[in-house]
Design a protein around this ligand. Structure first.
Ligand code: NI
Length: 146
């Protein structure tokens, strides 16, 4: 099982590098291992730096739907600013309120190497923004308004 890196490990605050070959076997294996680790810790999302890899990859799993985002680019944030408690597997047991826009439009590469654009709202939009922040080395303790 992959170990989850916890704060204040400096890996968590380093910006991540793009993945040159999203369909590489090494990436596929990493996604499988990250999925197991996320589920073992009951996470709604997990980003590669949280398992010690500074690459642009994160997962979300909301309502039993697993999504994999490789080289994601946020294209638009919109909707109402919404305040809700967030947790993070790198901060075990800590929950903090964070204000985020309710909607996100995001472009990414999927596991078959295809470019996709999706729109999300609600909890998925929040999870996407939280995980995307990890790829920029931004942690939710910097976003909280408490
Ligand atoms: Ni997190």
């Amino acid at each position: 099982m992959l170990e989850i890196i916890t704060y204040p490990n400096p890996i968590l605050t380093k910006p991540c590098q793009p993945i040159a070959n999203p369909t590489d076997l090494e990436i596929k294996q990493l996604i499988t291992d990250m999925t197991k680790a996320m589920r073992a810790h009951d996470g709604l999302g997990l980003a590669a730096p949280q398992i010690g890899k500074n690459i642009r990859l994160f997962l979300t799993e909301i309502d039993h739907e697993l999504m994999v985002f490789i080289n994601p680019e946020i294209q638009k944030l919109s909707g109402k600013d919404t305040r809700a408690e967030e947790g993070c597997l790198s901060f075990p047991g800590q929950y903090l309120p964070v204000v985020r826009p309710d909607k996100v439009k995001i472009k990414f590469t999927d596991t078959s190497g295809q470019k996709q654009i999706i729109k999300a709202n609600g909890l998925l939009a929040r999870a996407i923004q939280h995980e995307f922040d990890h790829l920029e080395g931004i942690l939710f303790i910097e976003r909280t308004d408490s």
